[in-house]
Ligand binder design. Structure first.
Ligand code: AMP
Ligand code: MG
Length: 409
């Protein structure tokens, strides 16, 4: 189609640049308990109030000794024992050792731990068959985290390991950014909810469940405004309400140039369009703009276009609002094992499946028909075959760049 190759279309990189420049980070922050902080984004760096570990302790089960005291075959008195959480509270003198377990604080005067496998015990007497150099099997105070050091930087999304780290320094609550709220609007007279009877000519709303899942993976609060019929007044009401209640208004459908496509007009009427139409396939009619209180992401209705443009663009806008910045997908070069049809003019994101073998990395499109309505092409894919804007068809054996799926789907 001639319209596919319009010279005025904005390249993807330019669209992403505009979008990142437009969206500012969430201002609101709140303090939440550590157990409610998973997947939230830290609003300020956390510094260690104390070192971790907080004291020299044993890395093994054995005997706490003074290295300078040691000699093979010499007999020592076992003066007592130190367990994790149960401190041996005397100073070790010459000729004495203390039975010690992993995690127990090293008694004062001790500087080394000899593992129990190298000891012969007889009542309260012990001898050692192997010696250890000074400091062996001792975990030094501050060996993991030094007092006052930065434990986690602001603008980090907290994962399981971060939570453990915060707990290890005794942090019970953290200051995180307020959650981004996204309002989802599915436009189209033809849309029907799964479970309802489908009239002839209608289709099920498949974009909403996929987008809700992708939004969940971004850990946003979602308001699903459901299906809005193709009527400018209903669009006006729905966009206005979502704008008042959300940080982002996310629509699917109605953004092209058909007779029932009102998304763009109503966006322009209520706010402004930052850009509309990108030099990408699928997803050309993607729109991005602002309403009085929110950012507007207008996805095309075709299922593949909607999901791919949300992946490439919409999710990045939301990440920007979450202070996480642009996260490109990992890229890989592969050899195509099938020919790929392409016309120059737009950057293509064909759905591919890549695999690695002794010969290297190969990729093939998941379906030879890569239409933006062919949802199965996406379902069976593990990457996009990203074909440069001015590139034409690709022959078997040519190198192509893959954008590997991240954890958004
Ligand atoms: P539109 O962007 O509204 O012109 O829609 C383009 C194509 O996508 C049409 O075939 C629509 O029926 C289809 N479509 C629009 N919205 C959805 C949706 N939520 N789920 C599945 N298909 C949709
Ligand atoms: Mg429509």
């Amino acid at each position: 189609m001639a319209s596919c190759d319009q010279p005025g279309l904005m390249p993807l990189t330019e669209g992403i640049r505009k979008l990142l420049a437009t969206v500012s980070g969430q201002q609101r922050s709140e303090t939440v308990s550590l157990c409610a902080a998973a997947n939230r984004v830290l609003a300020e760096s956390v510094f260690a109030p104390a070192p971790v570990p907080g004291f020299d302790n044993s890395a093994m089960d054995g005997y706490a000794v003074r290295a300078a005291d040691m000699a093979l075959g010499k007999t020592f008195t076992v003066q007592g024992r130190a367990l994790a959480g149960a401190v041996f509270d005397q100073r070790l003198k010459a000729g004495q050792v203390v039975r010690i377990m992993t995690g127990a604080a090293l008694p004062r005067g001790a500087d080394t731990v000899i593992i129990q496998e190298n000891s012969q015990r007889d009542g309260d007497r012990v001898r050692f068959s192997e010696l250890a150099s000074l400091g062996t099997n001792v975990r030094a105070a501050g060996g993991d985290i030094q007092q006052g050091s930065r434990v986690i930087s602001a603008n980090t999304r907290l994962n399981a390991v971060h939570l453990a780290l915060l707990a290890s320094v005794g942090c019970a609550a953290v200051n995180v950014y307020g959650k981004t709220t996204v309002g989802l609007i599915s436009t189209g007279d033809e849309l029907t909810l799964p479970g309802e009877t489908l009239a002839y000519g209608d289709i099920y709303n498949s974009n909403a469940p996929a987008l809700i899942q992708m939004l969940s993976n971004l850990n946003v609060d979602i308001i699903d405004y459901g299906i809005v019929q193709d009527d400018p007044e209903l669009f006006r009401q729905a966009f206005g309400r979502a704008d008042r209640e959300c940080d982002f208004v996310l629509t699917s459908g109605g953004v092209s140039v058909g007779e029932a496509d009102y998304t763009r007009d109503i966006l322009q009427e209520l706010g402004n369009i930052e850009f509309w139409k990108l030099a990408i396939k699928p997803g050309k009619p993607f729109a991005f703009g602002q309403l009085p209180n929110s950012y507007f992401i207008g996805l095309p209705g075709n299922p593949v276009s909607a999901l791919v443009t949300f992946h490439l663009l919409g999710s990045q806008a939301i990440r920007q609002h979450q202070h996480l910045g642009y996260q490109p997908m990992a890229q890989l070069t592969a050899i195509t094992s099938e020919p790929i049809h392409k016309t120059p003019g737009r950057m293509d994101f064909q759905r591919g499946s890549w695999q690695s073998s002794a010969e290297g990395i190969s990729v093939a499109p998941t379906r030879s028909a890569q239409g933006s309505n062919i949802l199965t092409s996406l379902a069976h894919a593990n990457c996009y075959i990203a074909l440069e804007q001015e590139r034409g068809s690709v022959k078997v054996g040519e190198a192509v760049t893959l954008w590997l799926f991240d954890d958004l789907y």
